[in-house]
Design a protein around this ligand. Structure first.
Ligand code: 5GP
Ligand code: MN
Length: 334
């Protein structure tokens, strides 16, 4: 639910040029994380207020074209700067994550910070913050930023920079306006953003016509051995393969969706060995009422949304996939 009118007044009073404002988003930032954070930053700037965007770790090149993306402070590279900003902030916006566990090393700092903490997020079961705007039906946090700007009666401030960032966040989190929660409201907001200067063809091409050769080679490899059992697709990549093909950050973004594009498939899972540490990163996607958020929470230390979630495993790759198949059977029986 949107902040109450009383909360909006309190938030408005916090948004002053004197107050130090930080915007945080989740680990492995995606288009919506970066789009909503930068969109909010540009909105505050349009009100004459400076804010620093801090991300826990680096993000893919195909998101760095967004206005001021390169000014985002990357926590894993600039620990001291990030710590000081969080520690000394008066206001911290928490965007596109529901729990301090989702922001890596910044989580402890956030919990201890004395700032007023404002959550705007569309994931399920958010933790407690001073102000919470949570709505799991909205397809993107970037759309919620737009609703927040509307609620502040500031639509007139929406400019081209803001529009480009929010458009990108909505476009990426809806899979190009395809996922279930894409609504008429989403499209009305998109129409407004286009009127404010967002160029759909330019944004799409900046974000999606960005394949690297390594990505296409990796894609060819996993598509060649995709396996479907009981309407569940399994895809995987080993660390050695990542090395052999010259993996770059972001290369495997969206691979899991290929599993879901197969006729009849209800759930797709993509397992990838981490390049440096001994764990398996898992991405889940599903259709209809197959709840991968619940599944990942229950079995794979993860979470997310009903139809898109992620998790981790500390077993071997082979072991993880075997465990996964057994858990799917359990889950289906329930
Ligand atoms: P992806 O598969 O694109 O990494 O993640 C899909 C969705 O699941 C995202 O909305 C993301 O926020 C969530 N997610 C991914 N990994 C994790 C995780 O390890 N824990 C939790 N709680 N959510 C995750
Ligand atoms: Mn999101």
């Amino acid at each position: 639910m949107m902040f109450t009118p009383a909360e909006l007044l309190e938030i408005n009073a916090l948004l002053t040029p004197e107050n130090r404002i930080v915007i945080l988003t989740h680990y492995n930032p995606d288009g919506d994380a970066i789009g909503s954070s930068l969109g909010l930053k540009h909105y505050l700037q349009a009100k004459g207020i400076h804010a620093d965007v801090i991300v826990p770790n680096d993000f893919p090149k195909f998101l760095k074209w967004m206005p001021e993306a390169k000014k985002a402070i990357i926590g894993e590279y600039k620990r001291k700067v990030a710590f000081d900003l969080i520690n000394e902030a008066d206001v911290i916006f928490c965007l596109d994550f529901n729990s301090s566990a989702r922001i890596g090393l910044l989580g402890d700092w956030l919990v201890r910070a004395r700032a007023k903490k404002i959550l705007i997020d569309h994931h399920q079961q958010p933790e407690e913050f001073d102000y919470v705007y949570s709505d799991t039906v909205i397809p993107a946090t970037s759309q919620m930023i737009y609703h927040f700007i509307e609620a502040m009666d500031d639509e007139k401030l929406v400019n081209k920079d803001m529009a480009e960032c929010l458009y990108t966040g909505i476009m990426t989190d809806t899979g190009g306006f395809r996922f279930r929660s894409t609504s008429a409201t989403t499209h009305r907001i998109i129409a407004n953003l286009i009127e404010k200067g967002a160029d759909p063809s330019l944004i799409t091409s900046n974000t999606w016509d960005t394949n690297t050769v390594s990505r296409l080679h990796l894609l060819a490899l996993i598509l060649g051995r995709i396996e479907v059992v009981n309407n569940v697709a399994v895809l995987y990549l080993t660390r050695d393969e990542l090395k052999e093909y010259g993996f770059q950050k972001g290369d495997t973004e969206g691979f899991v969706n290929y599993g879901l594009s197969i006729v009849g498939v209800k759930m797709s899972a993509f397992f990838m060995e981490d390049l440096y540490e001994d764990f398996i990163k898992i991405s889940f996607r599903s259709k209809d009422d197959v709840d991968v958020n619940q599944f990942s929470r229950k079995y794979f230390n993860g979470g997310g949304h009903i139809n898109a979630a992620g998790g981790k495993s500390y077993e071997s790759l082979q072991g993880t996939i075997e465990t996964f198949r057994a858990r799917v059977e359990e889950f289906v029986e329930e």
